[in-house]
Write a protein that binds this ligand. Structure first.
Ligand code: ZN
Length: 247
């Protein structure tokens, strides 16, 4: 949001008083479209639309696919994206019409930092392994992208769990970082989307809730090596193992 305010500041300096008044009104009411430091949508999106702006929306809604589902990040606004929009709107008390317009985008702007991560998670806490995101199973840029998508899933899960903080004990790992902690050679931590949670909620509550937020990889209590954390990630096919939690 900081960049947005700088942009508005420059606009104020360059514009006449009448225009300034309009811009101040935008900030004060929050009802009109805002500029955002990460990404700004410039049209309403609904079923049938497609493009990069739809894909950007799908990334932010990756945590709202419904139980056991994964939202495709394909840039095509179909029924699954519409349902995800409705779930997001319901979660935040917006009018749930399945159309992504000003209200929905303004809520997303409020939820995202200028580096496009959601406000309650950061690249720094996700990667305590190295500063480059390299050395994993995929390119650094792919690992960082996968991390960002997992963060948006967690942001949705955090909201559903009452907005209490989620504590990350480990996320992205290079091969050497993964070996150092005894991670398996196929670990999702090597891909950037794997994340281990500990802390405020019970491990079973985390594992059970994760089923609603787009995580295909859920490993928790009762599964080998997972009695002290709940692991979430994005395997190509579903792998849910937390037998002590009924999963
Ligand atoms: Zn893990």
């Amino acid at each position: 949001m900081r960049t947005a305010f700088r942009r508005i500041g420059r606009a104020l300096a360059a514009c006449a008083l009448a225009a300034s008044t309009v811009l101040v009104g935008v900030v004060a009411t929050g009802t009109a479209a805002q500029a955002d430091g990460c990404y700004t949508w410039d049209r309403t999106l609904k079923q049938g639309t497609s493009g990069e702006d739809v894909r950007q929306l799908q990334i932010r809604l990756a945590g709202y696919p419904g139980y056991g589902a994964v939202l495709a990040l394909d840039g095509a606004f179909g029924p699954a994206t519409r349902s995800a929009v409705i779930r997001f709107q319901e979660a935040y008390g917006l009018s749930a019409d399945g159309v992504a317009g000003t209200q929905t985008f303004n809520k997303i702007y409020a939820l995202q930092d200028n580096d496009c991560t959601p406000v309650n998670f950061s690249y720094a806490e996700w990667n305590r392994c190295n500063s480059t995101w390299s050395g994993g199973a995929v390119s650094a840029s792919t690992a960082k992208f996968n991390a960002r998508v997992s963060m948006w899933k967690l942001q949705a899960m955090r909201k559903a769990l009452g907005s209490d903080p989620l504590t990350i004990s480990s996320a992205f790992r290079s091969h050497s970082c993964n070996s150092a902690v005894g991670g398996i050679s196929t670990s999702r931590h090597l891909y950037g989307d794997g994340v281990d949670l500990v802390g405020s909620h019970s491990l079973c509550r985390l594992a059970q809730r994760a089923r609603y937020h787009g995580f295909t990889n859920i490993l928790g209590p009762g599964y080998s090596g997972h009695n002290d954390h709940t692991h979430l990630g994005a395997t190509p096919s579903r792998s849910w193992k937390a037998p002590n939690c009924g999963i």
